[in-house]
Each structure stands twice: as C-alpha cells, then as structure tokens.
Write a protein that binds this ligand. Sequence first.
Ligand code: SF4
Length: 264
Amino acid sequence: MQGTIFDIKHYAIHDGPGIRQTIFFKGCPLSCWWCHNPESRSSEIIDLIKEEVVGEQKVCVTETIGKKYSVIDVLKEIEKDIVFFEESGGGITLSGGEPLLQYEFVLELLKQCRKREIHTCVDTTGNVSGEKLRNIAEFTNLFLYDIKHVDDKQHIKYAGVSNKQIINNLIMLDEMGKDIWIRFPLIPGINDDESEILRLMELLSGLKNKYPIQLLPYHKIGSQKYEKFGIDYNMSDYKEPEQEHIESILKMFSDARFAASIGG
Ligand code: SF4
C-alpha cells in the first residue's frame, strides 16, 4: 500500500500541541478560493517544467510535486522526531489536501502510530464519508476541523462543495466525544461579517462540547503558486484582514465565552 505525499514538515509548531511532524497528503475534494497549497489539490504526482537562470543561460528544470511512500517509509521519517515529540508533548499531524482521500493508507499509518504510542492529529476538511471518519477517529487523538462557511450556498460558491456532510461529520465527532480544535479561515468579504460569525457561534453552541477555535486570517502567501500550476487565482483583488477587524472578531468570540485564538 502506498500514499501520495507532497511534503513532510519536521518541527511544526502550528498544527496541534507540541513539536509535530506534519505530513501533507495530495488530493483535496474542495477548491477554496484562498487555498495557499494549490499543489495539494490534484491527487496526481505532477512534473512542473520551470525555467531557471544558471550563469548567463536559461535552463529548464523539472520539479516533481508529490512522491509515493509506503507506511514503513513514513514511519521511518516519524521515528527521526520521536525525541522531540516526547519532550514537547507533540506528535504527528496528517494534513493536505484532505488526508482521508487516502483512507486505507491513513488508517494503517494511524494504527501503527497508536501501537508506538505516538500522538496523532488529523487536519480534515470533514468532507468525507461519515463511516470512514468514524473508523479513523478510533485511532486519532485530536482533529483539526475546518469550517469555511456556515451558509451552504456561500460554501458551494467559495469552496466548491456543500457543507452539509462537513457539519454532519462535526456533529458525529462531537457525539463520539473526540478532541477537536475548530479552524476557521477568516476571509475578508467572504466569511468575516458579523452575521456569519454569529452563525458559526450558533453552530458551535449547538454541539455537546465546547472546542477551542483557531481563526486563520487570510494571507497572500502562496498566491504566486497559482500561475505555476495553471489555476485561476480568484483572490487577486482581496486584501488581508486588518488587525483591528481580527481583534474585533476575537472579542465577539471571547464575549460569547468561546476560547478563540489567532493562528494555528
Ligand atoms: S480544503 Fe485546504 S487544501 Fe483543500 S482547497 Fe481548501 S484550503 Fe486548499
């Protein structure tokens, strides 16, 4: 069994507790306008031909995005960082793209980590079958769960899919009593007005448990990648949110007694 991975980041500190190793899987069922990892969207391994200047000459070089790994290959990478996990309360985070698109591989990897008592975190869009997510949840310590927009029509417009399954799966994980950190990208003019924030709070208030919320303000890092991948970038005219506005949204959450913070 092999998984297609486009990056393995050592010493990550924004993808769950402690020092982590974040493994980025290729393939995503969403197509968010603000995505800063457009290389993650296709599940295929891609060869990009780029021109580089060497001395006074232009040469063509090939950059390959994505690589096949066996579970054993990934475990070997993970084992390099175990001492950091132990000292910091960290572990591994499976991200993407959407890691659950490679369900069998991810399930086996999580089982192997459980055997080794490695803390596991899955960063998911939630746009996957409830049955698969339930099976994965048994071997996952923490979910980073993305909510992009509570309004379904807006979700379809800006993320390419309905949010119904995403919300149903969140309710399922909540009922299972799983540890969850909610992640909400704060995108000016798309999901950051007061009414949308109130709708998000209403959704989260309806859950059995309270979860920390991480607000991820939109940034333009990654926008230059779009041209490289031949994908239209719809956000050229959008600005990064003002600090004052971010603070005001943070205050809305804290006034409503949610534990919200900025950044992952
Ligand atoms: S879910 Fe994440 S990886 Fe997928 S398109 Fe949206 S931002 Fe990009």
